[in-house]
Each structure stands twice: as C-alpha cells, then as structure tokens.
Design a binder for this molecule. Structure first.
Ligand SMILES: [Zn+2]
Length: 119
C-alpha cells in the first residue's frame, strides 16, 4: 500500500508531506526536504517501495538538519547521503517486513541520482 501520510513530526517540528508530479530542485530528485517551508516533497508516480524509501530518506535529511548533525560536514551532502542511503534502505525494508517472512530482504541499492563530482 502506498504511504499516504500527510504530515510528519521530525524532532518536534511538524512538516507537511506533499506529492508532486514535477519536482524541481537543484538536481533531479525523487524527494526534497524543505526546512524553511516545513515540507517534505515527494515525486508522485513512483512504486510504493520507492515512495516509502524516498519518504524515509527525506525524513532523515530532516533529522540530520534539525539535530545539527548535517551541519558538521561541508561537502555538499556527500557525507550526509553516505549515511542516509543505507539507513533509508534498511528502514524502508523493515516497513514492508511481515512476520510470515522467513528473512528480511533489504532493498537493492538505487542508482545514484546525482552526478558524481570529479575526483
Ligand atoms: Zn538526499
């Protein structure tokens, strides 16, 4: 079932959750976290699982931002995404886990959405 959550409280701060057909940000994204707008924006039309994983991903951006942890790094969210991506995969996988399953299948890695910076 597609998550239909309309708002989420992230560390005491309420945010609305909106689905949008054409998310536009600095880069193409399946979701965007907007602290100033107190909003989590999710691309519509994705699979249930991708929607769930994107929602978790954006909520984790909020957690790291509001807690101040995200501001420990100055590398354009590279470290932040290195933390968020695997945790999102685990949490989203747990969200679809049911007791009749013999094992927990973690979601496969997603293709990076952002172009890698030259190193
Ligand atoms: Zn992100």
């Amino acid at each position: 079932m597609k998550p239909t959550i309309k708002r989420v409280n992230i560390l005491g701060v309420w945010h609305s959750v909106t689905r949008e057909s054409h998310l536009v940000g600095d880069v193409k994204a399946d979701g965007l976290y907007d602290y100033d707008g107190r909003r989590v924006r999710i691309q519509s039309g994705m699979s249930d699982f991708d929607t769930r994983m994107t929602l978790v991903h954006e909520i984790l951006h909020g957690v790291l931002d509001i807690s101040g942890v995200a501001h420990l790094w100055d590398d354009g969210q590279k470290t932040e995404h290195a933390i968020i991506e695997p945790i999102s995969r685990v949490i989203a996988s747990l969200m679809r886990f049911d007791d009749s399953s013999e094992g927990l299948e973690l979601a496969p890695e997603r293709k990076p959405k952002r172009a890698k910076s030259p190193e």
